[in-house]
Design a protein around this ligand. Structure first.
Ligand code: GLC
Length: 444
């Protein structure tokens, strides 16, 4: 545990104040100046302890960006001349469903909104909670309906993602393995071959403030950009995208979070005494069953899956453990995942949980989603461990997380072997979830 919890609490709260932009919180100064979808959800979970009205505002401001077809974009861009390049790269206005008042990307991020709505609701007494739920329910339902209509075109229960950024785990190994092995465009292969990639780095904003070896490689950055351009050329129209696309993956992290979110949407509907649309209810049930199709008996693990071929992408990552958060897998399989966290050579180094197991060829202790420990995924795993009754494991992970942040500061991610900080300093979701872990009573 931290030496002085109240000191850590005030430092974390100061980060949230520093990044507060009035109606939303930027993830980090300079590097992430706009509003991000799952960031604001984690941030609201922290803010609810000190100011529940501000937490509500954080979530309501996400709804400004909702598309008329229900999509919630992963980024709502800031106004102002300074940010025009970011807005122009996406040109969300090309799609007729994009909102008029704000500009956004054309992709989404893990559906954490329902969790955040319920966590904020838990801080409200009944009549206020009902009002709060009533205020967000239509937007939530239309988001979940969009997920199934657009992203589960064959009605199989799993939703697909079209850009690595939609997973929230940007350069996570299963996606990067696919990219390097099968999907790298020729022009990027040539740039790599002719060793021109270092010139690309001169144009990057991220590596001006963060060391290069803690971010995407130049080749991977170009590939992300290439996918973005392809999506933009198709005006973010899913039919045109699926007609001939690069990435279509049913991501394990995304679908695990969706299952938990669906459970929360049901809770909200029940509290409001309304019935969910029948097609949505049916799709939700399918997702719980379909998660089991991602289990590979030979290696005894869950994986993401290629949407077209149904091939499991057998490269472990932090997503391997996220079915614990989904909460619908059997206790036996949950126990199996817990063994992976207990293993010091796998998911259990000194400062767990690494975003890639440390015995994987992909593991780099400071490289973004390819090794470092992140506080948001720890929070999700702690929550799952508790619900499966692994209270001691949950408590141990909570303590190591708080100790790590106490020692290093509210950074974006941490070296799982040493606890050293990496990425952006004063990172909002680290701060917010530290507040939540400090304020939430453990049940051991
Ligand atoms: C990075 C993370 C993503 C997050 C964003 C803003 O892109 O990978 O998950 O939402 O930063 O913090």
């Amino acid at each position: 545990m931290p030496d002085d919890p109240s000191d850590l609490l005030s430092k974390a709260s100061a980060v949230l104040t520093m990044n507060d932009r009035g109606s939303y919180t930027q993830p980090a100064h300079n590097l992430y100046p706009h509003q991000w979808l799952w960031d604001s959800c984690f941030i609201a979970i922290g803010l609810r302890h000190s100011d529940v009205e501000r937490a509500k505002t954080e979530l309501l401001s996400l709804l400004r960006g909702q598309w008329h077809n229900g999509m919630l974009p992963n980024i709502i861009f800031r106004d102002g001349f300074q940010w025009r390049t970011d807005r122009n790269l996406w040109r969300s206005w090309l799609n007729p469903y994009a909102p008029n008042e704000v500009t956004t990307t054309g992709i989404t991020q893990p559906p954490m909104l329902a969790e955040a709505v319920v966590q904020v609701g838990a801080k409200l007494a009944w009549p206020e909670r009902r009002l709060w739920y009533g205020m967000v329910y239509p937007a939530l339902v239309s988001y979940h309906q969009w997920l199934y209509h657009e992203r589960d075109p064959h009605g199989e229960g799993l939703v697909l993602q079209i850009h690595p950024w939609e997973t929230g785990l940007d350069n996570t190994p299963p996606w990067m393995a696919e990219l390097h092995e099968h999907l790298m465009p020729l022009w990027i292969r040539l740039i790599d071959k002719w060793k021109l990639s270092s010139a690309i780095n001169l144009f990057r904003r991220d590596t001006k403030s963060i060391p290069m070896d803690q971010r995407f490689s130049a080749v991977e950055s170009l590939a992300m950009f290439d996918i973005q351009l392809r999506l933009r050329r198709k005006a973010y129209d899913i039919n045109r995208i699926l007609d001939h696309s690069l990435f279509t993956i049913e991501d394990l992290n995304f679908n695990s979070i969706l299952i938990r979110a669906n459970t929360h949407v049901r809770t909200i509907a029940k509290s409001l005494q309304v019935d969910l649309p029948a097609d949505l209810e049916q799709s939700m049930k399918k997702t719980e069953k379909a998660l089991e199709d991602l289990w590979d008996p030979a290696t005894a693990q869950y994986y993401s899956r290629d949407f077209i071929t149904h091939r499991l992408l057998k490269t472990p990552s932090i997503a391997t453990l996220l079915p614990l958060y989904a909460g619908t897998i059997s206790k036996e399989r949950a126990q199996h995942l817990v063994h992976l966290i207990e293993n010091n050579h796998h998911f259990g180094p000194a400062f767990p949980v690494p975003s890639v197991p440390i015995d994987s060829a992909w593991f780099h202790p400071k490289l973004y989603w390819q090794g470092p420990t992140w506080v948001n995924t720890n929070w999700l795993i702690i929550d799952g461990l508790k619900r499966y009754g692994f209270h001691e494991h949950a408590q141990a992970l909570k303590e190591s997380t708080l100790e790590m942040v106490d020692k290093a500061g509210c950074y974006e991610y941490f070296d799982p072997l040493t606890g050293e900080p990496a990425g952006a300093p004063n990172f909002s979701w680290t701060a917010a979830l530290v507040v939540d872990l400090l304020k939430t009573k453990s049940k051991t």
